[in-house]
Design a protein around this ligand. Structure first.
Ligand SMILES: NC(=O)c1ccc[n+]([C@@H]2O[C@H](COP(=O)([O-])OP(=O)(O)OC[C@H]3O[C@@H](n4cnc5c(N)ncnc54)[C@H](OP(=O)(O)O)[C@@H]3O)[C@@H](O)[C@H]2O)c1
Length: 440
């Protein structure tokens, strides 16, 4: 490395152009913060002629990101293209092999190939930094890689996808259906035209896989994450949760258990009075439970040009100061294989919503099915559809009523068996809704 830190920037979209803007805004103050000047010497994007809202005329344009990754003039390859494979992977590998430091915001790439890329970075004595890949502007990677290393971590969890949190917040505050809230999120620019990756929980799962590795010293194991999205959450669930003192959030949770590590992404009921329940809109939050440190929580912007560029810059400042650590805090060769705890052994409370045919014996049969599995109930609420409220219409024997139950601590296996039996008995109109309650 010379007396200047020279960057090759691949990707000039939301994050890439945010970085160009941040560097222009900071000007010479960056050099004093970094101990040396940091400058972009060359850029790459798909379309050289695309009209952009940042001026890139002073940078050399390299059409092929892989060629930029190997460019003899650069010290650091900044990968802001995205995608788990393809050109992003090829370019990052080329950069590491050429002895260039790499900074990336690409959670998909690292969740799938983190262990091998970390090994490559260590082999060539360079950094592989990814602060922006998890929770955008929240500096959680640095906190977990460095600041919390004095403690053993038992659980890391959080709201890791702003799109989902925005949709759930709208559903709760304004009584919207999932479809209406999604449409509004798209109109506001908070959801992609193809939102499946976000609302299906996969983006959260990518970030969780990285947090798990940082927390437990294991190889990132995205394929072992249990994933449920928020598509099935209905206004009836939001309303019932509210009445019972909960809010529904899409959480990613990694938990050390006796049988291995749980990694799960699913809609979760959290008590209203907890800090995480207050994290609304597009904000993100990461909570870490450690032995000596206790419980730590970080809240902030999870995406967007400014926050992600700020995280990329933090990674660059570390490289400029020659502060280079193992990508996942533990040396790549010492990362342990991920030992998966089976989802059926998960223990917790559950919220169940059933649409029950209101006929003699139905409720007793449901209670028996729960008792058969040793499940005890903390509360049970029966709600009638508004058109069936007494005095509005005469209620007919056999029409469905909504039954909401909260269970005491039980296992996933028991709940699944009970719900299968209840569905098989024919007393419910539709597939039962089940939402896990996280103990906080
Ligand atoms: N957006 C966020 O808030 C956010 C937050 C955290 C992490 N991230 C991560 O940051 C990365 C970038 O996200 P983004 O939102 O900035 O994406 P984006 O706006 O879609 O920009 C992608 C950039 O990559 C360029 N590109 C695509 N394919 C290319 C190819 N084959 N060769 C060269 N350049 C190519 C595009 O070129 P053109 O401009 O010419 O089309 C564009 O400049 C992703 O890994 C994402 O997951 C994003």
């Amino acid at each position: 490395m010379t007396d200047r830190l020279k960057l090759g920037l691949a990707g000039l979209g939301t994050v890439g152009s945010g970085l160009v803007r941040l560097m222009a805004a900071r000007g010479s103050s960056l050099a004093s913060r970094a101990g040396k000047p940091i400058e972009i010497v060359a850029v790459s994007a798909r379309n050289k002629r695309k009209k952009r809202d940042v001026d890139i005329s002073q940078f050399r344009f390299v059409g092929d990101p892989v060629a930029l990754a190997r460019d003899p003039e650069i010290d650091v390859f900044v990968e802001l293209i995205g995608g788990e494979g393809g050109v992003a992977k090829e370019a990052v590998e080329a950069a590491l092999k050429a002895g260039k430091h790499v900074v990336t915001a690409n959670k998909a790439l690292l969740a799938h190939h983190g262990a091998s890329l970390a090994a490559l970075a260590e082999k060539h004595g360079v950094a592989l930094n990814f602060e922006a890949a998890v929770a955008g502007g929240i500096p959680v990677v640095k906190v977990m890689r460095e600041s919390l290393k004095g403690s053993d971590i038992s659980r890391v969890y959080g709201i890791l996808n702003g799109t989902c949190n925005y949709i759930l917040t709208l559903m709760e505050r304004e009584g919207r259906s999932f479809a209406e809230a999604l449409k509004e999120a798209q109109a506001e620019g908070y959801a992609e035209a193809d939102p499946g990756f976000d609302i299906g929980g996969f983006d959260t799962a990518h970030k969780l896989a990285l947090l798990t590795s940082l927390a437990f010293g294991t190889r990132p194991a995205f394929e072992s994450v249990y994933v449920e999205g928020i598509e099935t959450i209905a206004p009836a669930d939001i309303e019932a949760a509210d009445g019972l003192g909960y809010r529904i959030k899409l959480l990613g949770v990694a938990l050390r258990t006796e049988s291995g590590i749980e990694q799960r992404v699913h809609p979760t009921m959290v008590p209203k009075e907890t800090a995480i329940a207050e994290v609304d809109g597009v904000s993100n939050c990461v909570a870490i439970d450690g032995d000596f440190v206790g419980d730590v929580m970080l809240i902030g912007p999870g995406a967007g040009a400014g926050p992600t560029a700020s995280s990329v810059m933090s990674d660059l400042l570390d490289i400029a100061r020659n502060h280079i650590l193992a990508p996942f805090a533990t040396k790549a060769k010492d990362l342990m294989p991920y030992k998966k705890a089976q989802m059926r052994t998960h223990e917790g409370g559950y919220y169940i919503r059933l649409s029950v045919f209101d006929r003699t014996g139905a409720f007793a049969a449901i209670a028996t099915r729960m008792a058969d599995q040793g499940i005890s109930l903390e509360s049970i609420v029966q709600r009638l559809a508004s058109a069936e409220l007494p005095g509005v219409h005469r209620r007919r024997e056999g029409t469905p009523a909504t039954v909401v139950m909260i269970t005491h601590q039980t296992t996933e296996a028991a709940i699944r068996k009970a719900l299968q039996s209840i569905a098989r008995d024919g007393h419910v109109e539709a597939k039962p809704q089940m939402i896990r309650i996280e103990k906080l």
